[in-house]
Design a protein around this ligand. Structure first.
Ligand SMILES: Nc1ncnc2c1ncn2[C@@H]1O[C@H](COP(=O)(O)OP(=O)(O)OP(=O)(O)O)[C@@H](O)[C@H]1O
Ligand SMILES: [Mg+2]
Length: 235
């Protein structure tokens, strides 16, 4: 059984339908990539999964239970957490305060969880009293990941992982993603660097104008002529 399961999902803004019958799944322990050009609907899908956008029809299930149009609190408790596009840190708050904000749904043992994040991310510990707005791009992304981990998710959604970051920083963050995954967290990741994300994921879905048009094993998709042409600039 899939951990996160989406079936026939439709949603949009106002009268405008954006997502069209999206079905996809993330299994226990997987890293799954979500590809698609600008405006395809990737962020809309992620926002719908975490309850920031209402589902018109279709189902979102987590661990065998429906979380369709559930409250954000219920969705977080079901084990889903998001690193949103643009990171959305509280720029005027410190790193430690940002982590604390990540636990707004469950304040139990908050100190213990913050300490755990600091153990796993020594760089964040060093920067704990700095304002998030003063961090480098890579540190900000690490802080956003740490904040999402405060909820101890079973599935972590990451929207636009490497946007605006230098390649060496991306490499370091990729190791962080692997490590999180090794510890048993499944990952659904949106990333513009298609080559990189197909290398780090086991499966991928391709989205075009709100619909899934292609999906499969990431290594096979790396060799797919349509992917090469549309996303890798190869023919
Ligand atoms: N709040 C909103 N109100 C109206 N339309 C929106 C809103 N947010 C997104 N859209 C539209 O929905 C479509 C999908 O947008 P979305 O942000 O989900 O795409 P995306 O695949 O994440 O794109 P990108 O790669 O640029 O992040 C786009 O046409 C966008 O203009
Ligand atoms: Mg987006």
């Amino acid at each position: 059984m899939a951990l996160l399961e989406i079936k026939g999902l439709n949603t949009g803004y106002g009268d405008l339908r954006i997502l069209r019958d999206i079905s996809m799944e993330v299994n226990e322990g997987e890293i799954v990539a979500l590809l698609g050009s600008n405006g395809a609907g990737k962020s809309t899908l992620m926002r719908t999964i975490v309850g920031l956008q209402r589902t018109w029809s279709g189902e979102v299930g987590m661990g065998g239970k429906s979380i369709t149009n559930a409250s954000s609190g219920t969705i977080v408790k079901s084990g889903i957490s998001i690193v949103p596009e643009g990171r959305r840190l509280f720029a005027g708050m410190t790193v430690a305060e940002n982590l604390e904000m990540g636990a707004y749904c469950n304040r139990k043992d908050i100190k213990h969880r913050i300490d755990k994040i600091f153990q796993d991310f020594p760089r964040l510990y060093e920067r704990r009293n700095h304002l998030a707005g003063d961090l480098s791009g890579g540190e900000q992304q690490m802080c956003a990941v740490g904040r999402a981990l405060m909820n101890e998710p079973r599935v972590l959604l990451i929207d636009e992982f490497s946007l605006g970051l230098a390649p060496t920083v991306v490499d370091a963050l990729t190791e962080v993603v692997y490590e999180i995954n090794r510890r048993g967290v499944s990952i659904l990741i949106v990333e513009q660097d298609v080559q990189m994300v197909l290398e780090i994921s086991s499966r991928a879905y391709v989205m075009e104008v709100g619909a899934i048009t292609l999906s499969g094993d990431s290594k096979e998709l790396l060799g797919n002529s349509k992917i090469k042409e549309a996303y890798l600039g190869l023919e």
